[in-house]
Design a protein around this ligand. Structure first.
Ligand SMILES: *Cc1c(COP(=O)(O)O)cnc(C)c1O
Length: 239
């Protein structure tokens, strides 16, 4: 064991693995973005990652963004909501997040729309789709996606749809994981056929520390990486 366990080394290793997966899949190096997921980690960890050139950070609670942001106000960074967002937190998300990747239902879309309209702002969103049978996973059922996007396009002009997001089934069976990612990619293609005006579907946010290489092979344009960069999470301590 000679490899040093620093955040710089972990980020470099994740980037190498991303590049290797791109090469295997015949995709250009640099075609997959890295979204570091800082949930449960303190502001100092975000600062350390920012010093390595990372600029966007995934969080899954609006309260946590609120807690961390003041200590990091000197940094040029953005927050991305990736966790289940309660409708009564739409105000906080519209104020503090540069992007929401976990948009999965209309009442949330309408709540965000109202807040953004009042603030005169727009927000990039990805639609989270449920590709896994696990009841614990959030997301819009794939078959509801076409109607959902049409409604967003007509009723929520402050939401700029940029693509789709999913979480794969948590399983040791790589084929089951791959099937989730493939389902998202196929849904993207199907939805593109609908050519809904104002809706862009270029981005596919899929893959986490345990499965991002499979996601890249299946077409991910960004991977959301927490523990492989920041270390193991301790939910008890971090709330
Ligand atoms: C926590 C989380 C991640 C990152 O998970 P790791 O396994 O730590 O890489 C990615 N996406 C979502 C939606 C998450 O909640």
């Amino acid at each position: 064991m000679h490899s040093e366990d620093t955040m710089a080394a972990r980020v470099a290793q994740v980037r190498q693995r991303i590049d290797a997966a791109c090469a295997r899949a015949g995709r250009p190096a640099g075609s997959v973005a890295l979204l570091p997921v800082s949930k449960t980690f303190p502001p100092q960890a975000v600062r350390e990652a920012a010093a390595l050139g990372l600029r966007r950070f995934g969080e899954n609670k609006t309260q946590e963004i609120r807690q961390k942001a003041p200590e990091l106000a000197d940094l040029d960074i953005q927050w991305v909501m990736i966790g289940h967002l309660q409708t009564n937190k739409a105000k906080d998300a519209a104020r503090d997040a540069a992007e929401v990747q976990s948009l999965d239902r209309l009442d949330l879309a309408h709540a965000l729309q109202r807040r953004l309209e009042a603030a005169g702002r727009q927000l990039d969103v990805l639609v989270q789709v449920k590709t896994s049978p696990e009841p614990s996973k959030h997301g819009l059922p794939p078959e509801e996606a076409p109607a959902f996007l049409r409604t967003l396009a007509s009723e929520c002009p402050a939401l700029r749809v940029r693509g789709l997001m999913t979480m794969a089934v948590q399983s040791d069976d790589a084929q089951a994981v791959r099937a989730c990612f493939r389902a998202l990619r196929m849904l993207q293609e199907q939805l593109r056929q609908e050519a809904i005006s104002g809706v862009e579907l270029d981005r596919l946010s899929m893959g986490m520390s345990g499965d991002f290489e499979i996601a890249i092979e299946e077409g991910a344009t960004e991977v959301r990486i927490g523990s492989a960069i920041f270390g193991a999470r301790n939910y008890g301590q971090a709330g």
